[in-house]
Design a protein around this ligand. Structure first.
Ligand code: SF4
Ligand code: SF4
Length: 86
């Protein structure tokens, strides 16, 4: 599933440059994740890198509204990065 940034976010700017899919951007008041671009870092890293760099525990969580299995996340990764090669 895609990940979700909760209201605990302190806008520390750590996660945005680390996302390999450019899924993170500044929203109205806190950072937000574009669910169409978040692969949970599948294809790039073993674990979600935004969660790793976020200094506030449990700020970036799994988005219950956007549940995807491993295969769907891989499909998303391929679409984002290799669509031009197909
Ligand atoms: S889990 Fe990975 S792809 Fe998703 S927003 Fe975080 S850094 Fe980006
Ligand atoms: S790393 Fe965490 S606290 Fe910092 S901007 Fe991203 S979600 Fe917010």
């Amino acid at each position: 599933m895609a990940l979700l940034i909760t209201k605990k976010c302190i806008n520390c700017d750590m996660c945005e440059p680390e996302c390999p899919n450019e899924a993170i951007s500044m929203g109205d008041s806190i950072y937000q994740i574009n669910t169409d671009r978040c692969t949970e870092c599948v294809g790039h890293y073993e674990t979600p890198t935004c969660q790793k760099v976020c200094p506030i525990p449990n700020t970036i969580i799994s988005d219950p509204a956007h549940q995807e299995n491993e295969e769907q996340l891989w499909d998303k990764f391929v679409q984002l990065h290799h669509a031009h090669k197909l």
